[in-house]
Design a protein around this ligand. Structure first.
Ligand code: ADP
Ligand code: MG
Length: 577
């Protein structure tokens, strides 16, 4: 039974296996390595995951979700049609899809995985990721930090000499910056800093906001599908700017056409607030590392590293242009695949050792004196400690006859406890006595997955082992079985049908995005294809698939090329009237 590696991304997810002496990406049913992290519920309750679901963001925004990774570990609920999902349930559906694709590709059942998470994921988010895997029927062998996975693969594939490098992973929703020391076969992550709410999506958002401002529109008041279309165009335009001088974004609302010409200069201006945050993260990473030796190499990974303006910005920051990793959007998955190989004890990987660090400081709230109203954080495990890490500290009573000691557990870098994320709390009984006479020994252990275990033992012998973390993420056995059953009951689109479904969804999206003649053509193609799909004649479906696809490709190309995306007032006089 194989262990697979999974890069469960905000935007795209990938699966990878280590076999025949190399990390091998697993293609999905469409033949792509990347599966869009998007989920959509069809009218009959069937669930689509991947490219077809992404298409439905435009045509059926009310029953489709994407970027839900940013809600992992929170109470957020997402409504998709008549169904309501927790973020970890949506992630579980993406995992189930990857699992099905992997099983089909490998020809053997897959039940175990190594999953990557942003280094900056906190305890709640890591637990939510583990829960998502459980709901998908997967056993997690390890959670690995995404930049660590990227570093592992970079080191392994380039076989570069001993060096110190910085890995900047700029994806759709997260930024992770890590500093990695490589010597012989040891890869040591010495600092990890990040922001899990910063990525390419923010750039799309800035473009859309500017578009609305320039055109006097209020984004929140746009129809959901129009808004989704605008985001899609903003993303396409942003990516296109790496090759062309300018692009145009256009939407049509009622009978008015709104547009914006986007150039690299404007894009750079719009990106500035995002880049300032990137600069802060990089600066912090540089300060965090213990050694001050020179950084030899800056390696860019993640989809957004392809942005020309991002390269320009980093060049100004570092004085020379960093190089973009060979496979910027696959490198994390390849690294996780390697890690799965190490877990499987693949012989050729046995010498490879990787050490990871914790991205946050962990501690408890303490009061300096009786009556202290603003407790500060006593740090037990400082940020950037090597994993696994364990530390003990003794805390004393502050009052006479105090009969218990309560510990609030926090994660973060703020001086005051209240500035940090509260993870849980723990209480032990102490025998009565004078202030400072009784105490409790608190032990923090931060495991290799980046998940915290806390225990406390009082001088009276009372012992508590806990974590009263987010109770929703720690389901009872019963609750867990129920939740797993709920996910299992959901039908994913049948194997073999994804290609055809994607074609249909693309047609529907193009219908939404166009008007006039083009819309008519999209409608005809959708109607025609729907009818073909309902037939059981495989040969007929195969033959027509290419025919419809060619026409949709053409329609798409025209829609993208034509600055006035829907051709309004050029070749469709009937709309003008
Ligand atoms: P994640 O790890 O968050 O799933 P990825 O690393 O796959 O994300 O990156 C997705 C992001 O990269 C999206 O915001 C997308 O718009 C952006 N992106 C993808 N390709 C390019 C490109 N060629 N140029 C600029 N941005 C890109
Ligand atoms: Mg990623």
């Amino acid at each position: 039974m194989a262990i697979i590696g999974i890069d469960l991304g905000t935007t795209n997810s990938l699966a990878c296996v280590y076999r025949n002496g190399r990390a091998e990406l697993i293609p999905n049913e469409l033949g792509d390595f990347k599966t869009s992290s998007a989920v959509s519920v069809l009218e009959d309750g069937t669930v689509l995951v991947g490219a077809a679901a992404k298409e439905r963001l435009v045509s059926h925004p009310e029953s489709t979700a994407a970027s839900f990774k940013i809600w992992m570990g929170t109470e957020k609920r997402l409504n998709l049609g008549i169904r309501q999902f927790k973020p970890e349930e949506l992630s579980a559906l993406v995992l189930r899809q990857l699992l099905e694709d992997s099983t089909r590709y490998l020809g053997e059942p897959v039940e175990e995985a190594v999953i990557s998470v942003p280094a900056y994921f906190n305890d709640d988010q890591r637990c939510a990721t583990k829960l998502a895997a459980q709901l998908a029927g997967l056993t997690v062998r390890r959670l690995i930090n995404e930049p660590s996975a990227a570093a592992l693969y970079h080191r392994y594939s380039t076989q570069s000499g001993d060096s110190q490098m910085m890995i900047v992973d700029f994806g759709g929703g997260t930024l992770d910056v890590s500093i990695v020391d490589c010597f012989e076969n040891i890869i040591e992550i010495t600092a990890i800093v990040g922001d899990n709410r910063l990525g390419g999506n923010d750039i799309d958002h800035a473009i859309v906001a500017h578009f609305c401002k320039e055109n006097g529109l209020v984004e929140e008041r746009l129809a959901p599908s129009l808004r989704a279309s605008l985001y899609r165009q903003a993303e396409t335009a942003k990516i296109a700017l790496s090759d062309v001088q300018e692009t145009v974004i256009t939407i049509q609302q009622e009978n008015t056409q709104y547009s914006l010409v986007l150039t690299n200069a404007l894009l750079r201006q719009l990106c500035e607030p995002v880049f300032q945050k990137v600069r802060a993260v990089i600066t912090r990473a540089m300060k965090d590392r213990e050694r001050t030796s020179r950084i030899h190499d800056v390696v860019l990974v993640g989809g957004s590293s392809g942005l020309t303006v991002f390269g320009d910005f980093l060049e100004e920051l570092f004085g020379r242009r960093p190089h973009v990793a060979q496979k910027p959007d696959e490198i994390v998955a390849l690294g996780v695949g390697l890690c799965a190989g190490i877990k499987e004890r693949a012989e050729d990987l046995q010498d490879l050792v990787m050490t990871d660090v914790c991205p946050f400081s962990l501690g408890v709230a303490t009061y300096s004196y009786a009556g202290d109203k603003t407790p500060h954080m006593a740090v037990l495990i400082p940020r950037s400690s090597m994993l696994p890490a364990s530390h003990q500290e003794c805390f004393y009573t502050l009052h006479n006859h105090q009969n218990r000691l309560r510990f609030e557990i926090y994660q973060g870098e703020g001086y005051f406890a209240s500035e940090n994320l509260k993870l849980g709390e723990l209480e032990v009984q102490v025998p009565p006595g004078l202030a400072g006479e009784q105490s409790a020994l608190v032990t923090f252990t931060y495991d290799i997955d980046g998940i915290l275990h806390v225990s406390a033992k009082s001088s009276g012998g009372d012992y508590r082992d806990t974590l009263l973390l987010n109770p929703n993420l720690h389901l009872s056995e019963e609750g867990q079985a129920e939740a797993m059953e709920r996910i299992r009951q959901i039908q994913l689109a049948a194997q073999g049908s994804q290609k055809e479904q994607l074609l249909l969804e693309r047609g529907l999206r193009l219908y939404e995005q166009t008007i006039g003649q083009r819309r008519k053509l999209a409608a005809e193609l959708v109607g025609y294809w729907k009818q073909i799909m309902e037939q059981n004649d495989l040969i007929e479906r195969e033959r027509n698939y290419e025919w419809v696809k060619e026409r949709l490709d053409l329609l798409e190309a025209q829609t993208e090329m034509d600055p006035l995306a829907c051709g309004f007032w050029r070749d469709e006089p009937e709309v003008d009237e």
